[in-house]
Design a protein around this ligand. Sequence first.
Ligand code: GAL
Length: 424
Amino acid sequence: MSQSRRRMIVVLGVMTVFMLVLSACGTATAAPKTQVEVFSWWTTGGEAAGLQKLMDQFNAENPKYEVINAAVAGGAGSNAKAVLKTRMLGGDPPDSFQVHMGHELIDTWVTTDYMEPLDDVYSKYGLNDVFPQGVLDIVSYNGHPWSVPVNIHRANVLWFNKSVMEANGIDTATLSTFDGWQAAAEKLKAAGIAPLALGDNGPWAAVHLFEVVAAGTLGADKYKGLWDGTTDWAGADVTAALENFTMMLGYVNSDHAALSWDQANQLVIDGKAAMTIMGDWVDGDYVAKKFTGFGWASPPGTKGIYDALSDTFGLPKKAKQAEATKMFLGVLGSKQGQEAFNILKGSICARKDCDYSKFDAYLQSSAADWSKDAIVPSLAHGAAASEGWTTSITDVIAAFVTSQDVAAAQAGLVQACKDAGICK
Ligand code: GAL
C-alpha cells in the first residue's frame, strides 16, 4: 500500500471517530421528550387553535414533556368516539381524552371503571373553589371528580350573515318565534338564498337542530322533563316539536347531507345561506376564518334558555403517563389556560373567574346569559341522555330528516325512552 493511501485511511478513520463522538454528544443534549397523548376531535380552525394554546402552555411549563395531538376529525366526535372506544376496550387508552360532561363521562366511562378519580388534581390546583357547584356536581360521581371541564358551550344559537339579512329587509328580532322565523325564511327562499344552513353528514347535526327546536317548543322545564321521564314523549308538545322541526327542514340547503357543520357555516360566511343553528364553536370558526359580518339571536322559543354542554378531559386507567397527564389537566383547569383556549374556541370558561373583557361581544353575552338563563342539558353533546339512548334518538331523527313522518318519529322516540329504561 502506498504511503499516501495509508495516510488517507488514517484520516478517514479519525474523521469517523470524530463524527461518532459528535453524534453521541448531540443525542445527549437533545434528550427525547416524554410524550403525553391527548385525544380529541378538535381539528377545525377554532377548535385546533384553542387546543394548540393548551398544548403550548403545557409544553412551556413542562420542558421534559410534549403533548402529542391525537385528534380524529369529525364534528361532535362522530368518528373520534368510535376510535376511542376501540382503544379503551383494547387496553390502549390515550393519556387523556375529550369527553362531554354528564352522561357521556359518567355512564360511558366512570361507572364502567375505566377512569381514575381526580381528587388529587382538584386539590393540587385548587379546582374545587373555581368551578360553579353545579359543574362540580356533574363531573362528580360517588364523591369524586372524574374530569376537568375546560369550557361551557351553548348549543342554542342562531347565527346569521348580517348583510344577507339587511339586503332582504329582515328584522332579526323577529327570528325568536317560530312564526317570525318562518316569515323570514319565506322571504329568503323567494330571494333564492338557502334560509338555513345545515351540515348533517354526521347525523348528530340534525339531532342538534331537533334538540334546539324541542327546547324552543316545550320550554325549559318540559324539555328537561324529557330526560327524566316526567314529560310524556307521546304528548302533544313533542308532536308540535316534530312539526316545527319539519317546518324548518323545509328551508335547509339541498346538499345538507353531504356537508359538515363547518362547511354549512361556510355557506353563511359566503352569503349563500342566511342562517345556521349550531353551537357556539361557530364563533370560533368565525374568529379562525376572520369573518366579522355575523350576528346572532336566540333560535325560536329559546330566549332565556341556555342549552349547555361542556368539554372535559379525564385520566383513563392504564394511561402511560399518569403524572404528566395530571399536570396537563392542571393546565386545562387554569385561568390562563381557560382564557387562552376559550377566546379561540368560542366558548366561555368553566371557571368562575375569567376576565371577559378580553373576549368578543358574543362570548360576553354568553357569559352574562350563563349566570341568569335556565340551563338545560344538550342531547347531541352527551349531557342529557346515556349514549345508548342518544344513539336510538339519533337513528329516529336521521330517518325523520328523510321521511318527515311525524307519527313514526314520535313512536320511535317513545320506544327509545322505554328502551333506555326511563319511560314505562
Ligand atoms: C361538540 C364539542 C365542541 C365542538 C363541536 C363540533 O360536541 O363539544 O367542542 O367541537 O362538537 O365539533
